[in-house]
Design a protein around this ligand. Structure first.
Ligand code: MG
Length: 376
């Protein structure tokens, strides 16, 4: 698919103060629009960008947007989006519509919207509410709303170009955002997780918040894991979730997937949160014969609950036999399916120990792994 990002920058932004519209005011020395545009211009899956501007802002926009295509918007946001939709480069099949005033949008959010567009005709990021919601009347709290099914809407909102163009034909201009235009036209919109950092600059104070978000240091953690399981009489071993035929089997309480255990421990290590044995005690009968994917999934979820993204996983399996090389790709695919990571971020390799030691004598299989976690 060919993706064009439409950055909507035609608003006047008076609430943010400061004379010029907020999208042209400086944030860390560059116009807000320049920061916003940089996220999409550098995104590997975004093919084209265009910016919808107010005709009065042409000089400011040229300075802020460099050689990015500019399109004149209309009187309302809906008219501006429609102008953008009418001017996307030929070949565009999907569009991401994004507010210029959201310069801190994390790349992950853009990734998630695009990932969802691979499977659906529309997708948008939503954020859970941490505060309770009230119905208020005449200064009195009348009721507490259920917030479980409520989300705060963010952008970019992504659509099939043809579908959203058709939806805009019947837009009234009163819609809150592009998702409402789509819903009114009967388009199903998938929700992906938004991000608290994806703030919309509205007030003068928001410039300071945005600066703090941009300057927050990256928290990068690495962890290592090591595991050994004994080879005993039996047949077949499971490594990284892939069943291999073998003339012996691995002994262990769970499925004895030594490689997946090392990877799981590497993630726990990066989180400084104990090890697989503490999270899943071997003394607990419920883990007898358990698929190790349960353990790995738990570690991945723990990392994401704490705001970390797994940047990469690297695993080395140490054994004489079975030969790992022919199955390494299947193992990467298996780990990708369990963790939700791209295969390009997962490495599985193997070595022998030159017939030395317990692995050399095929008494057991060892595995070591490292994991790098990033919290932006
Ligand atoms: Mg183990």
């Amino acid at each position: 698919m060919t993706i064009t990002a439409i950055i909507v920058a035609a608003g006047r932004g008076h609430r943010a103060g400061g004379g010029v519209p907020k999208q042209y005011r400086p944030l860390k020395g560059r116009p807000v629009l320049t920061h916003t545009l940089a996220v999409f211009r550098t995104h590997p899956r975004v093919d084209h960008c265009l910016v919808v501007i107010h005709p009065d802002d042409t000089t400011l926009a040229k300075k802020a947007a460099g050689d990015t295509k500019l399109v004149h918007g209309g009187q309302t946001r809906a008219a501006s989006v429609a102008a953008g939709l009418g001017n996307v480069p030929e070949g565009t099949t999907k569009v991401l519509i994004h507010d210029a005033a959201r310069p801190c949008v994390p790349i992950d959010v853009v990734d998630r919207v695009i990932g969802s567009l691979d499977r659906s005709s529309a997708a948008a990021p939503g954020l859970k509410l941490s505060d309770a919601l009230w119905d208020v009347e005449d200064g009195q709290i009348r009721a507490v709303r259920d917030r479980a099914s409520v989300r705060r809407a963010q952008t970019p909102q992504g659509f099939d170009l043809m579908a959203i163009r058709a939806a805009y034909q019947s837009a009234t201009g009163q819609e809150a955002d592009d998702v409402e235009v789509a819903l009114n036209h009967g388009i199903n919109v998938a929700m992906v997780d938004g991000d608290a950092r994806n703030i919309k600059i509205t007030t003068p104070e928001d410039f300071e918040r945005a600066r703090r978000i941009m300057e927050a240091p990256l928290d990068v953690r690495t962890g290592t894991g090591f595991d050994v399981h004994r080879l005993i009489e039996g047949s077949g071993v499971t490594l990284c979730g892939v069943d291999l035929s073998h003339d012996r089997k691995l002994s262990g309480h769970s499925d004895a997937d030594v490689a997946m255990h090392a990877i799981t421990d590497a993630i726990f290590g990066a989180l400084a949160d104990g090890d697989i044995g503490q999270h899943f005690p071997p003394s607990d009968p419920q883990w007898k014969g358990a698929a190790s994917s349960i353990f790995l999934k738990h570690a991945v979820n723990l990392a994401s609950d704490r705001g970390f993204t797994i940047s990469n996983l690297d695993c080395t399996i140490i054994c004489e036999t079975p030969k790992i090389g022919p199955h390494a790709q299947a193992m990467r695919a298996s780990l990708a399916a369990i963790t939700g990571l791209e295969e390009a971020r997962i490495s599985v390799k193997a070595t022998t120990s030159e017939r030395l030691g317990f692995t050399g004598r095929s008494e057991g299989i060892a595995a070591q792994a490292s994991a790098t976690l990033v919290r932006a």
